[in-house]
Write a protein that binds this ligand. Sequence first.
Ligand code: ARG
Length: 566
Amino acid sequence: MDFKIEIAKLLAAAAEISVEDAAAAVEIPAKKEMGDFAYPCFRLAKVFRKAPPMIAAELIEKIEKPAFIARMQVVGAYINFFVDKSVYAEQVLSAVLEQKESYGKSDMGAGKTVVIDYSSPNIAKPFHVGHLRSTVIGNAIYKIHEELGYHCEGINHLGDWGTQFGKLIVAYKKWGSKEAVEKDGIQELMRIYVKFHDEAEKHPELKMDDEARLWFVKMQEGDEEALTLWKWFYDISIKEFERVYEMLGVKFDAYTGESFYNDKMDAVVQELKDKNLLKESEGAMIVDLEDKNMPPCLIIRKDGGTLYATRDITAALYRKKTYNFDKCIYLTALDQNLHFAQWFEVIHKMGYDWYKDLIHVPFGLVSLDSGKLSTRHGHVVLMEDLLNQACAETKRIIEEKNPNLENKEEIAKQVGIGAVIFNDLYNTRIKDVVFSWERMLNFDGETGPYVQYTHARACSILKRAGETDFSDIHFEALSDEASLDVCKLLEAFPDKIKDAAAKLEPSVVTRHLVAIAQAFNKFYHDNPILSSEPEVRQARLAVVFSVKTVLKKGLALLGIEAPEQM
Ligand code: ARG
């Protein structure tokens, strides 16, 4: 039963308006004293030609109180409804008990495809904390959409093509060695890459940038030496990335990076020409975007090299053809806003009306106490080190709190990594994320460990209770405020998933989980469970079971594990 709709039906009948209109106006009051639901009568003033408080008074007379409503009252222009707590508990808990892990699932996305482009680190540069955000937000958006019945395609648009490989080849030829790269992998690649930038800056007369561009052009033309080196750098990088994805529990449906589009760009450039969109400018080819108040979108450099945007345009056309997506979502930091706005506009100018289904989802930066993170100058915090540190710190805390816990190592991993992910998904994505171990790993804060701990607590209560039969529950045992608060949050959970998808904002789910955990801990504090009378005990255990189920599900949607003990 959907309480909101049932209340809307009562109002619709009394006011002689449509149920949709009534439902659209039903509110959930911020203050509990104002009821569980409220209906403001302002919008009826025009029709009734009366003052809203009078309308409220007249309407309430016409409504016959159904069993699920305990009480109705008029306050000013509002009609407030107080639900019957045990009927409410019955409705909500029966749904969770019956649907279990499927509670929250929907088929609203059936038949629709969403392409999600996330993580997409750059090869030969290490996977740093900046890429963490794209990875975890993208992963959560993927899971949330899947839950709603969408077909998802997760794509890792690796930065594996472009002039930076020319630079790397030049650097390798000047200062690199096979042994060093084989030994230190990406660290060594990064070292020579950084050296390239330093030297190129110090010695502009060497024209190292031009040399690098020539190597990239060679790559584009299929030069064997260039491609062999490139492939070698690629394999080394992928191995490193995969280790990090494994730790994070993130998977992709395709690793189609920028290089994948090398042989597909000519046709797109030709199409741009045919559509009269390509213009020459200082030897380069551009699409003019002056009418949109944007700088031109560079398509081909004057040395013939293609660009990041050229590959994004080509990739979008390829994805539309391959997946026929309803939405194609890109996750990057907000400093790429202009890049996406520009090439989305190019797709628009090419005459594709699906340009409006391309969605750039930007997010804020990550910082550590040591300041901003960069790759250029080598002061970069590697993702793998950071995750290892999270696990080590967590292990130390568990060692203190629960020294006898079995498989501490595994649980420290689930909690440590979960803490990092949760921290990242806790605020609206546009906000910057600050890494503070102390805050992130606080078992009592608004954190991953707190939610996981609450889940583990629920598991332990259920375990101590032993096998419980949840048929014929005496829901009247749940007529206290704390139980009602938990039930309300459980009831709202499916809508939160939808809301998170609509806003492309996993923090909606993250915050809701914290609210459920807090309400549950209050419920647990106020209500003895195992020591109470059998009927009360069974009803309260049903709350525990439902909370456990929803927390686990919510964490899974965020890409976080839910250990049963910690
Ligand atoms: N490789 C890029 C970076 O690290 C992100 C790529 C995002 N996806 C895309 N289709 N442009 O900045």
